[in-house]
Design a binder for this molecule. Structure first.
Ligand SMILES: [Zn+2]
Length: 255
């Protein structure tokens, strides 16, 4: 039996699947392009865009917003790929407990998975939040203010500093999301780690929590991860094609 076949059997036997995703699933939607030479990272120093600097000076905030204003068109045009749709299919089959993601691009929701089933560990680019009063704004609304020349958008309710609702370098992990992700990982019967190198905390911890609590563990990532030895199955391939083959097999076996 090959690995695709084996994973499809594991999915058929499971009823509470947690899918964990990292950047590897979004690269096939073109979202790695801004890191390539000539891309936006060449004009901005990522280490400058950390949370402490953002809080500390108006100049940093201006740079930060300039970066996100330029990045937004790429993000908003990105579409889910066959990997995202394969995961959405698990939801339609009634097998998905939730998706836990390190990605901030909102592509799981775009692929048809309801909001309440997506736990975003690193926040989302699709909203902006006031750091003072917590008021949330749709990203589009702030983008048009930026496009019309505003450099550092302030909260219209309290005048506080606003920021994309992402977790920046140096910013604390969101408590509810981290706790919820740990809880779901502990309660699932199958944990699929997709397109994550599993080195960043708390991502690295999730597959081990699942495994320690009796779940089966499958890791699909282009390159090896530090947790491969705990996995029941490891597939070192691109995520989109692999996931769609697996879900096609699941559907074929159900018919
Ligand atoms: Zn406010």
């Amino acid at each position: 039996m090959n690995q695709i076949d084996a994973v499809s059997d594991m999915i058929l036997k499971s009823s509470k699947i947690v899918v964990f995703t990292g950047a590897g699933i979004s690269t096939e939607s073109g979202l790695s392009d801004f890191r390539s030479p000539g891309g936006i990272w060449d004009r901005f120093d990522p280490s400058e865009l950390n949370f402490q600097n953002f809080l500390a000076s108006e100049t940093s905030r201006e740079k930060y917003w300039d970066f996100y204003r330029q990045l937004w068109p790429t993000m908003v045009e990105a579409e889910p790929n066959r990997g995202h749709y394969a995961i959405a299919e698990l939801h339609h089959l009634g097998k998905l407990d939730c998706v836990i993601t390190q990605n901030i691009d909102g592509l799981h929701q775009k692929s048809g998975i309801p909001d309440e089933k997506v736990i975003e560990l690193h926040g989302t680019m699709t909203r902006v939040v006031c750091l003072e009063c917590g008021k949330k704004y749709p990203r589009e609304q702030i983008q048009s203010r930026l496009e019309s020349g505003e450099k550092v958008p302030r909260c219209d309710a309290c005048g506080g500093i606003t920021k994309p609702a992402t977790i920046s370098f140096g910013q604390a992990m969101p408590e509810w999301e981290t706790h919820e992700a740990q809880k779901r990982a502990a309660a699932c019967d199958l944990f699929l780690a997709i397109g994550s190198s599993l080195v960043v905390y708390p991502a690295a911890q999730m597959p081990l929590i699942a495994k320690d609590n009796g779940a089966s563990l499958v890791i699909i990532n282009l390159t090896p991860t530090p947790h491969d030895r705990y996995a029941d199955i490891v597939i070192n391939e691109k995520t989109g094609g692999t996931l769609s083959q697996i879900v096609d097999q699941v559907k074929a076996k159900l018919n």
